[in-house]
Each structure stands twice: as C-alpha cells, then as structure tokens.
Write a protein of this length. Sequence first.
Length: 293
Amino acid sequence: MSARSLLFVPGDSDRKIARSADVDADIIIFDLEDSVTPEHKSAARERVREALTSTTQRHVPQLWVRINPLQTPEAMADLVVILHGQPDGIVLPKVRSPEDVVQLSGHLEEFEQRHGLPSCDIRILPIATETPEAVFTLGSYGHCGERLYGLTWGAEDLSAAVGATANKEASGAWTQPYQLVRSLCLFGASAAGVPAFDTLHADFRDPAALRAACQQARRDGFEGKLAIHPDQVAIINECFTPSAEELAHARRVIDLFARNPGVAALALDGRMLDIPHLRQAQKTLARSGTSVG
C-alpha cells in the first residue's frame, strides 16, 4: 500500500519532532529546507539525525528527510549528516528535471555501497513543479529507476518564480496555471509508474476544506497528500483509504472477470465493464494493501 499521509515536521523543533512520534502519518518528513532558517540549519541536521536513530521514533512506518535543493551547498551538508541516520527516503525540493533525481540517486548509491546497505534502500520523492523549467520535464521521470518513490507538486515557489500575485481563486480553487501543473504531475507520475501525491492544504484550521481537497484529489487519481499539521493526518488517512463498499465492489469486478477468462466486456448491476474497470478495481485493492490475486 502506498502512503496516504506525508507530514512535514520542522527539523529545528525538538517539541514538534517529539510530538510526531504520536502521529499516525504514513510518512514523517523531517524538514531541513523551508521551515528552517539558515542560521539554524546546522543544529537542525543534528536534531534530525538523532530523531532518525531514536528507538522511540521507529514505530512510525517511515521516516524521511526533506533536504535543501540539490544545487545548493546545504544539500550535501544535509546528506553528510542525516544519511548516518539511514532515513527511509529523501524529499528533494526545487527539482529542475529528472536529472536531479538521477544525481541524488548516485550520491545515495555511493553511501549505501560504502556502508554495506542494500541498493535503493533509500527512496526519493521529488517536488516536481517548484521551478519553471521542471514543468516541461514532468513526463520524463520514467528513467529515474526504482529509487523513485513517487511525484508530488507545489505551487508557492513556482508562483513566486513567475511573479504571480496569487495562485488561488477567491473560492479557494487553484488558478489555471497551477491546475495545469497539478494535472501534469498526476500524469507524469502515472507515466513513470509511481504514485502521485497531492500538495499540502495550507489552512490547517479548516478541516472541511481539507476534506474536500482530499476527496477531489483521490477522485482525480492522487494516492495521498502532504500535510503541514498533525491535525490534518486523520482526515487525509480517512479520505485516501478505500471504503468497505469500494473494496466489496472491486472484489466483485475482479471475480467477474476471473470467472469469464478471455472476455473483455461484461455486465455488472446493469453497467457494462471493460478492462479499464478491471484495472481500477485492482488498483483499489492494491491501495488498501489487499492482495489482488
């Protein structure tokens, strides 16, 4: 089952790092980038390394780190310290193209070989829309290899880069340029054979709007969502977990095709189903962690 909720935790806050141990997020992302000021980055690296090696944290399914952009000196400084904590993955911000993922993968491979770790043990999740040049490469992540965990997107850095005065309508909907990059991220992830994760919902005090955003994202094909506050996690997990009714329907669809081998179009409850419906049913079961076979 792919992750549903990915919670950012500032890497310079002992209190927030400690609190994250009690949050039911699928992935905790200790942040060394935007939530940490330059003068605190060195201390934050050490805090994150300690959190990664802490036995009290390891009940969390996965512990990741968002490093600084690969084109900055801070990125290598981050890796030198935090890789000794053996994080489950690296979130790579401000990606310029898939080549940034390939370059980071090389650094991780060198570390794994040097320390006798399994190859591709540390995964990579790029934030693939934060620079204008990255938008034109969203369909090209298929050659990044098995270390690529998924794709996610963001609008704040991109809108600042192009000089936009806003990236949302008064209704809260994304403006057209950011609807475009959201869609391209979704399709780019599918083309690369990895999950797409929707960007964060900034207003953590509005659970109704978060729920609506999650429902829309899941409807469109995203498999999970970024979070910036622990209170968002339960709603995200609920919205991205298939319901009992959805699972029951998926099993019926799969069973129907299994009982009719070689037939590509079948009727169920008065509706015609074909191979895309079968694939969707298989994905629904896979997202729940249920065996398809």
